[in-house]
Design a protein around this ligand. Structure first.
Ligand SMILES: NC(=O)c1ccc[n+]([C@@H]2O[C@H](COP(=O)([O-])OP(=O)(O)OC[C@H]3O[C@@H](n4cnc5c(N)ncnc54)[C@H](OP(=O)(O)O)[C@@H]3O)[C@@H](O)[C@H]2O)c1
Ligand SMILES: [Zn+2]
Length: 352
């Protein structure tokens, strides 16, 4: 098969297409013919730059969330049939820790990741554990399924589960045109919230407004906390959907919280170390909540909403596998509005 095999860490140029043997399914596994896999800032670009911190061993194939068709099964797999349309969930839980044994697998501290700790979907075929498969509704295209499952379950976990978002509340979504931000905006609307979209350029604020935000703020030119105060009549927002951790933006996002508000985050690509006003934290009874991943009900909610047309995959473009390096370069130019998806079934010259 053709696969983008990482033989060295480095810039986008290390992403070369090559011929490697087709995978065969090990016990409990199936082989999926990949029709879509998303490109992610942290799990793809950072791992490509230097995956050693995350325990990546070379040679490696990126791609955390392939979606496609089952084309081979190991003899012991009964849960899925040949030809099934599926998406692949990225986490491989340990199955033994205190969280896994009480059915809270999403909290597993020993979780391994497809596309990080084993070969992923930047390839024509990938072998994965059958228990990581999610059957897809016929009407959901592979690219949409990969994008929805990449971020919407996490958004449900963060907003509904951890922040306890209720209908009628106000939410500030940071990075509202990013992958997780776009999903968070839609999930917040589904849960009945009023959404303020924060983004770092006028075009991105406009794009968020076109994708359903009620209000928008360019937090690189306007004072975010002041704008939120104005929009909410001096009250502030009940929930900040943060996920960036940029030292210049985070204190402003935190200062946008109403009394008893909650800030949730599952990301730190903007830096990761920020200043915290502790007096404000306890004085206004605020909560800062970290989270990651998603539970089975979150995954089900995301797929149901997508199948009913209530959640839309925001896709910037779909590119063939041989263009993986160009796909990564798009993020350096910061022109991405929504998700970039690779489709290994696309021939040279096709464009999505
Ligand atoms: N733990 C989990 O389960 C989980 C799952 C998915 C993603 N994540 C994390 O969530 C975060 C967002 O992921 P994503 O896939 O949505 O990324 P993305 O599509 O690249 O979006 C990131 C957004 O962050 C904004 N941003 C603000 N300050 C930034 C800075 N200094 N550098 C770069 N971007 C900045 C950008 O918008 P503006 O330029 O408009 O501000 C951009 O839209 C990442 O940290 C990722 O690791 C976590
Ligand atoms: Zn575990």
């Amino acid at each position: 098969m053709r696969a983008v095999v990482l033989r060295d860490f480095g810039g986008p140029e290390v992403l070369d297409l090559e011929e490697v043997p087709d995978p065969t399914p090990e016990a409990g596994e199936v082989v999926v013919k990949v029709h879509a896999v998303t490109v992610n800032r942290t799990l793809d670009l950072k791992v490509r730059e230097n995956g050693t911190a995350r325990g990546v061993t070379l040679p490696h194939v990126l791609g955390v969330d392939p979606a496609g068709v089952v084309v081979a099964l190991s003899g012991d797999v009964r849960s899925v049939e040949m030809g099934a349309r599926v998406a692949v969930l990225p986490h491989i839980r340990c199955g033994q820790c205190e969280f896994c044994t009480m059915g809270r697998e999403e909290l597993c501290p020993r979780s391994r990741h497809i596309g990080v700790h084993r070969w992923g979907g930047y390839a024509e075929y990938v072998s994965v554990p059958a228990k990581n498969l999610v059957p897809l509704p016929d009407e959901l295209p592979f690219a949409d399924a990969a994008v929805i499952l990449r971020h919407a379950p996490t958004a449900f976990n963060l907003l509904r589960g951890l922040a306890g978002l209720r209908a009628g509340e106000w939410v500030l979504v940071m990075g509202a045109t990013g992958g997780l931000g776009a999903a968070g905006m839609q999930v917040a609307k589904l849960l009945g919230a009023t959404v303020i979209a924060g983004a770092g350029a006028t075009a991105r604020v406009d794009s968020a407004l076109a994708n359903g935000a009620d209000h928008g703020v360019d937090y690189r030119t306007d004072d975010l906390a002041e704008e939120v105060e104005r929009l909410t009549g001096g009250r502030g927002v009940d929930v900040v959907f943060e996920n960036i951790s940029d030292p210049a933006l985070w204190p402003k996002a935190f200062a946008s919280l109403a009394h008893s508000g909650r800030l949730v985050t599952a990301g730190a690509h903007g830096g990761g170390t920020v200043e915290l006003d502790v007096r404000r934290l306890y004085g206004r009874r605020l909560r800062i909540i970290g989270g990651a991943g998603a539970s089975k009900p979150d995954i089900a909610s995301a797929l149901d909403a997508a199948a009913q047309g209530k959640l839309r995959a925001v896709i910037d473009r779909i590119m063939p596998l041989h263009a993986a390096a160009d796909a990564h370069r798009l993020f350096e130019k910061e022109v991405v509005l929504g998700k970039v998806v690779l489709d290994p079934t696309m021939a040279r010259g096709d464009a999505g």
